[in-house]
Ligand binder design. Structure first.
Ligand code: NDP
Ligand code: X15
Length: 342
């Protein structure tokens, strides 16, 4: 059993904590918060040991004053952990890496809001599990990048990819976020091409250098991201072969528009009806009817549940960095089984 600390118990951190708790080869030794709010209180009620993310007496006092019991600050637990999963807001992960994890010589996983250059390597279970084996500082790439890595793995299994072009429609904010917009606009984000997703795919799969270009806009929705892919391939491949490969690839599900999956709203309703915790859809979701092949070019549309797609990747990343399992497919299967992922 390895000891995992979740530094930053937010949208990603709380899900990683619950996913770690479902595995039989790792356990959560603590979670951290900076604010003594309802999420901190619930973490304690769930049985997690709570630590204060900012090592400062005044900050600890805020928790005491709010009646939320804490075990100390991050510095009271950091030496006892085998690995930290950093779930802090973007850019803070890098600061934590330099100021806390490296000085205390503790392995750490950063999230997709951090930069590829600030870590040793970049993780997706299908593509870079073996490369990250035993490494100390690894980034699990962002939700959109994870979705792209999965679908490109499926396509790459049956075709030689020449050129991938992707338009990403990004959700404006997570459902718990009342600060961000737009409320009524479409925002190029960034207005330049490529968006960070293409280079981030290359950080995981270097052989795609020069082959993938992405462009992104933000729209007023909180549920999911949506992608349209156009992938030129070198060889003749049929629609059926592409679909079969997608269906065989772990952590991808296909849904049919004609079956009622007419938008991201129905996909989220599906998560609710399945009784998934927090209605999470950890799988990449591909619309079956959207898959088409025209003159060696594959077209498809897919949806990404931003809050949950990277969670199983974090579990596999822990396993490879701590050398708990050499075979990526065994790790993927173990994680999926424990989490009820299709
Ligand atoms: N949300 C998403 O859709 C996705 C996010 N990511 C990436 O995951 C990372 C986390 O994002 P997300 O979970 O959305 O963020 P949230 O804002 O939901 O959560 C951040 C958490 O970090 C805590 N925190 C704040 N400051 C510090 C600090 N100095 N040290 C440790 N913890 C701190 C916050 O605690 P408190 O509330 O107490 O201040 C909060 O619990 C980012 O890199 C993001 O880009 C990746 C994929 C998808
Ligand atoms: O990883 C995400 O998106 P991304 O893949 O577009 O970077 C998450 O949805 C976080 O995105 P945000 O930077 O809009 O909070």
């Amino acid at each position: 059993m390895v000891n995992v600390l979740i530094n930053g118990y937010g949208s990603i951190g709380k899900r990683v904590a619950d996913a770690v708790s479902m595995q039989d080869d790792m356990k959560v030794v603590g979670v951290t918060k900076t604010k003594p709010d309802f999420e901190a209180r619930l973490a304690v009620e769930k049985g997690y040991k709570l630590f204060v993310a900012i090592p400062d007496k005044e900050r600890v006092k805020l928790f005491e004053d709010a009646g939320i019991p804490v075990e100390g600050t991050i510095l009271d637990i950091i030496e006892d952990v085998d690995i930290v999963v950093d779930g802090a807001p973007k850019k803070i992960g890098k600061q934590n890496l330099e100021n806390i994890y490296k000085p205390h010589k503790v392995k750490a996983i950063l999230q997709g809001g951090e930069k590829a250059k600030d870590v040793e390597d970049n993780f997706n279970a299908l593509w870079s599990y073996d490369r990250c084996y035993g490494k100390d500082y690894v980034r699990v790439v962002s939700c959109n990048t994870t979705g792209l890595c999965r679908i490109l793995y499926a396509i790459n299994s049956v075709a030689d990819i020449k050129k991938a072009r992707v338009v990403l429609v990004r959700r404006a904010a997570d459902p718990n976020d009342d600060k961000r917009g737009p409320v009524n606009a479409i925002v190029p984000n960034p207005v330049t091409v490529p968006s960070h997703h293409g280079p981030d795919v290359v950080s995981v799969v270097p052989e795609f250098e020069g082959k993938i270009v992405t462009s992104a806009v933000i729209v007023p929705t909180t549920l999911m991201h949506q992608h349209t892919l156009m992938v030129e391939v070198e060889n003749n491949v049929s629609r059926d072969e592409v679909l079969e490969s997608i269906e065989k690839t772990p952590r991808i599900i296909t849904v049919k528009y004609e079956d009622g999956f007419t938008s991201t709203a129905q996909i989220i309703e599906y998560g609710r009806d399945l009784g998934r915790l927090r209605y999470d859809i950890n799988e990449l979701v591909v619309w079956e009817e959207s898959v088409n092949v025209v003159d060696n070019e594959i077209f498809l549309m897919q949806a990404v549940h931003q809050e949950s797609i990277v969670i199983p990747e974090n579990i596999d990343c822990i396993r490879t960095m701590l050398q708990l399992e050499e075979d990526k497919f065994k790790s993927i299967e173990k994680t999926n089984k424990a989490m009820g992922i299709k």
